[in-house]
Write a protein that binds this ligand. Sequence first.
Ligand code: FVH
Length: 294
Amino acid sequence: MNNETATPVTVIGLGLMGRALAGAFLRAGHPTTVWNRTTAKADPLVAEGARLAPTVGDALAAAPLAIVCLTDYGAVRELLGASAALPAGTTLINLTSGDSAQARETARWAEQRGARYLDGAIMAIPSAIGTAEAVLLHSGPQADFEAHESTLQALGTVAYLGADHGLASLYDVAGLAMMWSVLNAWLQGTALLKTAGVDAATYAPFARQIAAGVAEWLPGYAEQIDSGSFPAEVSALETDARAMAHLIEESEAVGVNAELPKLIKAMADRSIAAGHGGEQYPVLIEEFGKPRKD
Ligand code: FVH
């Protein structure tokens, strides 16, 4: 792609992530305008060919696509709120982390100011930006995503989730829940085995195999959740709960933390008490779908 044909892009926010985003656009040949509160952070990008806009308004007007990546949504509203109207022809893509309510509210706020708005979430670290490993999720009007999809592909693997602006944030936190839960489960097992002199490197391949195996179950379990029917084809929840009791007893016996095992069993016990002991594990979606009443 050469500069003449490449779509101009603006990047507002040149922190660790914003700098990576702007650099990826530059390397893909897009004329890139940047702005940052602390202007010195733009220096390396200007040296690579970026244009430093004197104001946020100038940055927004400089390109049909403006990416914002700041600390939080408060910063986005504070910064963009100063410019009364956002340029009508600009599509604003907010890659700042936040929750679905902030995403939906900011979409309403941006659209009231004449901007087309997509919300997004970056499932990658700065060094991965510009490679296929970087996954960037987007939600909002599909036509606006499609209009800029080829430009966004300079950042990595881009996905469109749907029209609800809150979807990118929800997928982001759902992905983080998955990541931290898998890591916590691995740490629980590693702690157990360390008491028997098994080091983490020895256990890791086994843990990786278990994680991959469980991942294979997800499509079938998703069908059970979507159908609302949880026939016990593998094992009944009551059987699982007995194994959970073993995990608690073992953790306490060898002197490692048993909080995670106890939470796992507490969720199952509540579902069993509600009459689901003979059903398959995904029946627990009902416990996850409601706040805990103490
Ligand atoms: N870094 C990462 O690996 C993660 C990956 C997943 C997504 N996150 C989210 O990306 C947002 C930015 O994260 P970051 O790592 O770039 O954060 P910082 O390096 O701290 O840069 C913050 C930028 O925000 C600017 N800023 C903050 N407050 C204001 C404000 N009130 N007005 C204008 N700009 C503001 C700050 O400017 P400066 O301090 O350089 O002047 C930086 O440009 C974030 O939501 C992550 O959760 C990154």
